[in-house]
Design a protein around this ligand. Structure first.
Ligand code: ADP
Ligand code: MG
Ligand code: MG
Length: 882
């Protein structure tokens, strides 16, 4: 039988899994010799068993009784003893702090008899005794018995009748106890339980059960906290801040959680208990003022805070109580902080010699860095939120609402700021998205086109704001409450929390972004930027993974370099066929003879060549992996419905080309385009297409001294496919006289399964984990998100979308297999990843562990990838990127 109960003297801070954060730290403080009221912790293991078996596990009650017995002997009185009661609090505490999620009951052990004992033992402090009793009934009723808290609060307010709680006397509280007991009887049909042991055991079970309360479940899902941890329960002897004005309760931080600066930060409330400080029943005083009220207590507190900070070597937050001039420590933990403070504190602690720079790097995350890179709305701005959507890509954007790419581009060209609003975006909206400050859609999830592209561009995006009715044709949308926003009206969107505002909200720029945009050169002496700079430098020195960029043009390449990219890991050539160049692709599709086809290809080649040349120039000899055309050709043709309407309306007047195009669109239509004629299949079916691209790459590389091209073939599933393309490509490279690696994407499960064979013909693999995820799960990425991902998340099929974080158990195994078999065939096989996952922290740690050579991600994610690659090298396997 496992041990279910630990005295505070038995535990320590490393036992959070078992004792929860609160219990582990109460034990740690006890062992440090700090004044902690004695008590014990019931483990989260007991909670898990209780929830599974729907009964207390065998032996638990006996163990609790033993520990309670020991506590009672030590304190010299028994729980609820009539003439001199021991009182305890029953406090929840899980491994991860879940603020406000679980509940605590104070003053357990009071009843109609022991309340008199408490009064007598406190030297006749009747007011204090009755106040404690009414608090017990109130908290117990609310958290253990599930009674609506408003009933108690209402009764208290009525009793106060506008008075301050300090003006209430013993008789008032005694009357309140009677009222409260009436409420309990009304609501539960039973009397308030008088037996102290029953009070304790009911409260313990209620804490266990609160693990599955709806708000706890929602919080865990949001914070990605596992659902099966359970919570520990702490039984802690009571100390009293509500004894009188020489008593009180408070909270404090060892440093400012907003800036990281050392100092005295906290709040204190005299003659109060428990949550009174944060509940705002009266105005608190600042911790500083405690010095004037009780200097010895204040001095002791300062000493303890210093000791805690040195011991935990980090910012701590604490809860304490003063009982008639005696200080008691009730809680401590490493405190939450803003992303900016996380960086500053980490570096401050290095400078103070408390931690080394390695450790500093483990204390910040890529997610925090990403947040620091976005502009944000000024905190104190007052504006009207008209709806909320999903926080798809962080940042703060303000501009005129526009409803089409053309308008976006047009207004932006005039120097105006715009927000592109649509139901959902398509690849054709790219120009509009680039032109806009931000993107707002009413459909689609966090991996919808708008979200993915916006994140890639570092553009603010709120997606899936379903309350909005967007009418593109009428150029306006309607928000709840009948608010109509027409083209040209100014709106503001917050990609960090998904809020949509009417009107302009003031924005402040990000100094961290300015720093990266300046190629990581240090400018002014901003403390935050200095901290980021030092940690980034250390990450770069520590990491094994190289970081490359997904960049399709010179501008992206230039930014990627400024942000520290060591090459381009994915240059998509299809983006080079959009806009005006579509016409040329149309000619290719419509070509009736090989001459016509060659003419069409010949027209495309110089355009491709100049695109590549610019990228090679920007990258100055760093490797550039260019992927040959991947999407099905019909993506470049006009929309079927639109075109049929056009041709039908024109009747006999319809142009020859439109007719032919319509026939081609019909002919090329596919049921499942993602699984159709695309990638290498296209290259094998359309003569000359890949050859044109390879020649353009080769000639561009030849023209730029030092250029390092890598030719990448998409969607390969069999080595034979690759061999055909490779042979032809090698011939062209030899003709032009340049050397380039030839490799393949691994994005079809069969490619991963036959990686040993494929490596015979490939000099590098790049894992295309978007397609690999799609095909491994059998998910149509563009459809599944909106259709059922929220249900899947709710059901716990996965904790996070596999398109966001690489699915280690499934897709990850294919990657590992391909790495192993590929390297067995070709030990110097170069390995990278170029899916969306290349910029996701957890996935980057996976890539490090899998032994890849590089990750490639969008330019804006490069700093995050550099940092996480550094952290992965340090933290090693099983790392937690939360
Ligand atoms: P939370 O997890 O919400 O912080 P706690 O278990 O820390 O809940 O309890 C809330 C507050 O109740 C504490 O900050 C403290 O002020 C008070 N409290 C808890 N246990 C005791 C105790 N044994 N004696 C006095 N006050 C207590
Ligand atoms: Mg607390
Ligand atoms: Mg792909």
């Amino acid at each position: 039988m496992p041990k279910y109960v630990y005295d505070f003297t038995e535990g320590n801070k490393d036992l959070k899994d078992l004792l929860g954060g609160k219990g582990a730290n109460l034990a740690e403080m006890t062992n440090l010799g700090l004044p902690v009221p004695p008590g014990f912790t019931i483990t989260s293991e007991a909670c898990r068993r209780f929830l599974e078996e729907e009964a207390l596990p065998e032996g638990l009650e006996e163990e609790i009784a033993e520990h309670l017995d020991a506590l009672e002997s030590r304190m010299g009185r028994r729980l609820g003893q009539a003439d001199d009661p021991l009182l305890v609090s029953v406090r929840s505490g899980a491994k991860f702090s879940m603020p406000g999620m679980m509940d605590t009951v104070l003053n357990i052990g009071l009843n109609d008899e022991s309340v008199h004992g408490l009064a007598k033992q406190s030297g006749g402090n009747e007011r204090f005794a009755w106040d404690s009793y009414r608090r017990l009934i109130q908290m117990f009723g609310k958290t253990v018995q599930g009674i609506d808290g408003e009933l108690f609060d209402g009764a208290l307010e009525k009793l106060k009748g506008g008075r301050d709680d300090l003006e209430l006397d013993a008789a008032d509280f005694q009357r309140l106890v009677t009222t409260y007991k009436g409420i309990v009887r009304d609501q539960t049909g039973e009397d308030f339980p008088a037996d102290p042991y029953r009070q304790m055991s009911m409260a313990t079970k209620a804490v266990f059960e609160s693990w599955n309360a709806p708000r706890a479940v929602i919080y865990r899902r949001q914070e990605r906290i596992p659902t099966d941890l359970g919570t520990a329960v702490n039984i802690c002897s009571m100390v009293f801040g509500n004894w009188g004005m020489d008593s009180g309760t408070g909270v404090a931080f060892t440093r400012d959680p907003g800036t990281g600066h050392q100092g005295v930060y906290g709040d204190y409330l005299q003659n109060a208990q428990g949550e009174d400080v944060v509940a705002g029943i009266r105005n608190t005083i600042s911790l500083q003022d405690l010095e004037g009220i009780d200097k010895p207590v204040y001095d002791e507190l300062m000493k303890i805070m210093d000791k805690l900070e040195n011991h935990y070597r980090d910012l701590c937050d604490i809860e304490f109580t003063v009982e008639r001039g005696k200080l008691w420590m009730l809680q401590t933990r490493v405190g939450k902080r803003t992303p900016g403070a996380a960086f500053r504190i980490a570096v401050q602690l290095v400078d103070q010699g408390m931690i080394d720079i390695d450790e500093a790097m483990t204390r910040v995350t890529g997610a925090q860095l990403a947040q620091l890179m976005f502009p944000r709305f000024a905190k104190d701005a007052e504006s009207k939120v008209i709806t909320k959507g999903m926080n798809a890509s962080p940042g703060a954007a303000v501009g005129k609402a526009v409803f089409s790419t053309e308008r976006a581009v047009e207004l932006a060209a005039r120097g105006e700021s715009v927000i592109l609003v649509s139901r959902e975006t398509t690849p054709d909206d790219l120009a509009g998205m680039i032109a806009a400050q931000g993107v707002l859609t009413s459909r689609g999830g966090k991996t919808s086109h708008a979200a993915v592209v916006a994140r890639g561009m570092g553009k603010t995006c709120v997606c899936g704001a379903e309350e909005l009715e967007v009418s593109v044709t009428e150029r306006r949308f309607t928000a709840p409450g009948g608010i109509v926003v027409s083209e040209g009206d100014v709106i503001s969107i917050d990609g960090t929390n998904g809020a949509v505002y009417l009107g302009e909200v003031p924005v402040v720029a990000s100094p961290v972004m300015e720093y990266f945009e300046g190629s990581g050169e240090l400018g002014d002496e901003d403390e935050l930027v200095q901290a980021v700079h030092r940690i980034m430098a250390h990450a770069d020195a520590s990491r094994r993974l190289e970081v490359r960029a997904n960049a399709d043009n010179a501008e992206d390449s230039a930014r990627a370099r400024r942000f520290g990219a060591q090459g381009v890991g994915l240059c998509r050539t299809e983006h080079m066929f959009l806009g005006d160049r579509r016409r040329l692709v149309e000619d290719l599709v419509l070509a009736a003879s090989s001459e016509e086809r060659e003419r069409a290809l010949a027209a495309l080649k110089p355009l491709q060549e100049s695109d590549f040349t610019e990228i090679f120039q920007e990258m100055e000899g760093l490797p550039v992996t260019i992927r040959l055309i991947d999407p099905p050709l019909h993506e470049f043709l006009p929309d079927y419905t639109e075109l049929s309407v056009k041709v039908a309306l024109a009747g006999d007047q319809a142009g020859e080309k439109d007719r032919k195009l319509l026939a081609a669109v019909k002919r090329l239509h596919e049921q499942n385009p993602m699984l159709g004629l695309r990638g290498v299949r296209l290259g094998l079916v359309i003569p000359g297409l890949f050859a044109m691209q390879v020649r353009a790459i080769a000639e561009a590389a030849k023209a730029v001294p030092g250029a390092q091209a890598e030719v990448m073939i998409p969607l390969v599933g069999a080595v034979q496919e690759l061999e055909h393309v490779r042979d032809e490509a090698q011939k062209i490279l030899a003709e032009v006289g340049v050397e380039a690696l030839i490799g393949t994407m691994i994005e079809v499960p069969r490619a991963a399964l036959t990686a040993g064979q494929i490596a015979e013909a490939a000099q590098f693999f790049s894992f295309g984990t978007n397609d690999l995820t799609q095909m491994t799960w059998g998910f149509s990425r563009d459809d599944v998100e909106a259709a059922f991902f929220s249900k899947y998340l709710e059901l716990g099929v996965f904790g996070v979308s596999p398109f966001e974080t690489l699915d280690r158990d499934g897709v990850g195994r294919l990657v590992l297999l391909a790495v192993e078999e590929g390297r067995r065939t070709r030990p110097d096989l170069k390995l990278g990843i170029c899916g969306e996952h290349g910029g996701d922290p957890d996935s980057i740690h996976f890539c490090h562990q899998a032994g890849l050579d590089y990750v490639s991600c969008s330019p804006f994610r490069i700093p995050v990838a550099r940092l996480e690659a550094g952290r992965a090298a340090l933290i090693g396997a099983g790392s937690d990127t939360r």
